[in-house]
Write a protein that binds this ligand. Structure first.
Ligand SMILES: *Cc1c(COP(=O)(O)O)cnc(C)c1O
Length: 506
């Protein structure tokens, strides 16, 4: 075994990994990357079909991000945000505010005009995201939103309407079935994946869950399986939206309306790549707003152009819409960003919120209204420099063109997979695709997780030079934006051949 692989086996404990299985095999040791390609220590090349667990945007070793980090490195790598401001983080905060408020930023964004005509415009303008709290990863971005929403609610909601026994406001959170919002204790409390969360239940606080629109396995969907994305042929009456309404109404009757509604917009990632039918997000967020809830949008996976152009029905031309919420004209009170923020280079996150939330934490020093939260590497300069370069690349013509092509190529190439009886559903949202494996598409019968169908297919793909990780029985494809048509064809061929090899005989 290679020397570095041995060191890994001896000393490293890997995340979300059964280490007994890990220790049975020599691991792939990555030593270099370029564009969509990763190279291991033996000189073998792989396509990075999940953008290094959903973080990379423009490809590895991007000359412009490399240069930005090197330029910053010549000045300083890090100084604390406790008591000090710094150059790239100040500029990045402004750029994030600009990118996440398309209706109020300059007219480069064609979406402005469609918003201006829409009656929702004033509602959106009132909810401008204008304050940025930096942290290190997706979990902390959610943790920050959670604590802010909790404190904001306690400070602004009058307890007068509550019975005496409830005078102390206990802000309650609602999130979606199958939700994943990270691995710190607060973020885990917002999540609803029993497999990950059960063992920690004693550590967690209680949150409520509501049905998410998983059309392919929805009990309200009366349609027989077809060879198409289940959202397209579903037969239902939006019962899922009715359930959200009911949940909010019931909680309000208890005298303690939900403090916040937490969701991934357009598609839930770790839940199993569960996409929302168009219109769902707008309806449920309007319901939540109607019941006085704050909206916490987790765009850790969906942010920075991942959700593509196809949902932008608001404007005829493709625009530089970078966030999933914008596709449905939803403006949250909290927007959580991480994974792609630095283009997949450095661990950095941001939680954006409104002036109104910010103001609730203002006071005399002795009022102790300060937001008591922070991390040592908050507003790290190298991360901020990488993020600025990444945002700049994203807004350029080359990247927009590449993303449009990739979205179209992904759609076209995925069609070949429908001929496989073990493919039950293929769900594409922009530059993200989930392929759900089943015993037989006609019955939708799932594999037992112990059969490791998704894992085995991904192992077979790795042997063909394509790297990704499944979510349960769902194969995830989320390649870097620079992935060429030929590279994408290789990825899809690997999926096709691997499914046939691993499951074909069943
Ligand atoms: C990955 C992810 C997180 C957690 O981010 P980390 O950086 O891994 O802590 C939170 N929410 C969503 C939607 C994610 O995909």
């Amino acid at each position: 075994m290679n020397k570095l692989a041995k060191l890994d086996h001896q000393f490293v404990w890997h995340p979300f990994t059964q280490m007994r299985d890990w220790l049975k095999r020599e691991p792939v040791v990555i030593v270099a990357g370029n564009g969509a390609v990763l190279r291991d220590i033996r000189g073998r090349e792989y396509l990075d079909a999940n953008s290094s667990i959903w973080t990379n945007l423009h490809g590895h070793n991007h000359p412009r991000i490399n240069a930005a980090i090197q330029r910053q490195l010549k000045k300083i790598a890090h100084s604390s945000a406790l008591g000090l401001a710094n150059e790239p983080a100040s500029i990045l905060a402004r750029e994030l505010v600009t990118a996440t408020n398309p209706e109020i930023c300059d007219l480069r964004h064609t979406i402005y005009e469609s918003y201006a005509k829409s009656p929702r415009k004033s509602q959106i303008a009132n909810r401008k995201l204008e304050k940025v709290f930096f942290s290190d990863n997706g979990s902390t971005a959610l943790e920050v939103a959670l604590k802010l929403a909790y404190e904001f609610t306690r400070r602004t909601r009058s307890a007068g309407s509550l019975p005496a026994s409830h005078r102390r406001i206990e802000p309650r959170f609602l999130s979606l079935a199958g939700a994943y919002h990270g691995d710190t204790v607060g973020a885990v409390s917002l999540g609803h994946i029993d497999l990950f969360h059960k063992s920690y239940s004693g550590l967690l606080f209680k949150t409520d869950r509501v049905m998410s629109p998983y059309c392919y396995r929805c009990p309200f969907n009366r349609a027989k399986p077809e060879r198409a994305d289940a959202r397209e042929y579903r037969k239902c009456s939006w019962e899922c939206v009715g359930l959200v309404e009911k949940k909010f109404t019931t909680q309000r009757r208890k005298g303690n309306p939900y403090a916040a509604f937490v969701f991934e917009p357009l598609i839930q990632g770790a839940a199993g790549m569960i996409p929302q039918p168009p219109g769902w997000l707008r309806q449920v967020t309007e319901i939540g707003r109607g019941h006085g809830a704050l909206l916490i949008a987790d765009e850790v996976m969906t942010g920075f152009g991942r959700t593509g152009f196809s949902h932008s029905t608001l404007n005829s031309q493709p625009s530089t819409v970078l966030f999933a919420c914008q596709h449905e004209g939803v403006q949250p009170d909290f927007l959580c960003l991480a994974k792609g923020l630095t283009g997949g280079y450095l661990p950095m996150a941001a939680t954006l919120t409104t002036q109104k939330v910010f103001d609730a934490f203002l006071g005399e020093y002795g009022d102790f209204k300060t937001f008591f939260h922070g991390h040592s590497y908050t507003a790290n300069q190298l991360g901020a420099a990488a993020a600025l370069a990444s945002l700049d690349i994203l807004q350029g013509k080359t990247s927009i063109y590449a993303r449009q092509n990739l979205e179209k190529n992904l759609h076209d190439e995925l069609q070949a997979l429908w001929s496989l009886p073990n493919v039950g559903d293929i769900r594409q949202v922009g530059l993200i695709a989930g392929i759900e494996l089943v015993r037989d598409w006609r019955s939708r019968e799932p594999f037992d997780l112990r059969e490791r169908a998704g894992i085995r297919v991904c192992e077979a793909m790795a042997r063909r030079g394509v790297l990704t990780r499944p979510v349960g029985n769902v194969i995830v494809l989320m390649p870097p934006y620079c992935t060429t048509k030929a590279q994408l064809q290789k990825i899809i061929r690997a999926v096709f051949d691997s499914i046939r090899e691993v499951l074909g005989k069943l």
